[in-house]
Write a protein that binds this ligand. Structure first.
Ligand code: NI
Length: 268
């Protein structure tokens, strides 16, 4: 399966799963904008069967190359990003893994049990990337308990493998070519922006600015019944050229720590 097929599949699922992201996408298209994906982000556990390197395999087999790695101390994550050198328009792939060893025995055991339920044939294939949760109906009590320690773990428990977010390249927008203009437009269109750490994370000096919508809440069926919990967010990234005129292509750990909070529960 080539990368475009993988991305189409992920995108279809993301649009179905996240009406808010679809609406943000649609309002930008209605303004005559062309949407180019800056990056697609995935979440996983650091277990050797499903870690970052395993999720990256289908991309590496299709010509992507490892292009950077990151440590998120606060969230206890390790991440790598991948680029496709033959086509600068191809989205970067950003995969993070939760460093489960830095959490409670409860979280570690839960993660191990989930991994044990993944069919053997999935790891290392493209199918793993959008298989969702292979561990059946989630329990709301487990979701809540995981969330006390890590929103990331709780999200992964409920939604499993899928794109956590797609990111619009602001550089490729015509009318809304700055995050200030874009955020203003989105807020006027009724979106809630994540303002943890300020609406715009990063700066021109850091060569990367990002913002994101707050994840819309969706009804999810748990063993105990239906609960509304945050789904995925939509992200926006503007990149700046470095001293040599090359567009910065990496990620900034400190601002990404804040972006991860976009799937936290909002108060409204
Ligand atoms: Ni991102």
């Amino acid at each position: 399966m080539d990368t475009q097929d993988i991305i189409n599949r992920l995108w279809q699922d993301y649009m179905e799963q996240n009406p808010e992201a679809r609406r943000a996408h649609d309002v930008l298209l209605a303004e005559g904008e062309t949407i180019v994906n800056d990056h697609i982000a995935f979440r996983t556990f650091d277990h050797p069967l499903i870690n970052v390197d395993v999720l990256a395999k289908p991309f590496l087999e299709n010509g992507y190359r490892e292009s950077g790695h990151y440590v998120f101390e606060e969230k206890k994550l390790f991440a790598k990003h991948y680029e496709y050198p033959d086509d600068p328009q191809a989205p970067r792939i950003f995969i993070s893994q939760l460093e489960t060893g830095k959490f409670s025995t409860y979280l570690q055991e839960t993660a191990k049990n989930l991994v044990a339920q993944i069919p053997e044939k999935l790891p290392g294939t493209a199918d793993l990337l959008y298989c969702g949760s292979e561990w059946g109906l989630p329990e709301f009590a487990v979701y809540q308990k995981l969330k006390e320690e890590s929103e990331y773990a709780a999200w992964l428990y409920v939604y499993g493998f899928r794109a956590n977010h797609f990111t619009v390249s602001v550089n490729a927008l015509k009318k809304y070519n700055s995050l200030e203009k874009l955020n203003e437009f989105l807020k006027q269109s009724g979106f809630l922006m994540n303002d943890s750490g300020g609406e715009i994370k990063g700066s021109p000096a850091q060569l990367l600015e990002q913002s994101s919508t707050m994840a819309g809440k969706l009804p999810v069926l748990f063993k105990e019944g239906v609960h509304e919990i945050p789904a995925c967010y939509y992200e926006f990234a503007r990149r700046y050229p470095d001293k040599n005129g090359t567009l910065y292509s990496g990620f900034i750990a400190r601002s990404a720590d804040k972006i991860f909070e976009s799937t936290d529960n909002r108060n409204s």
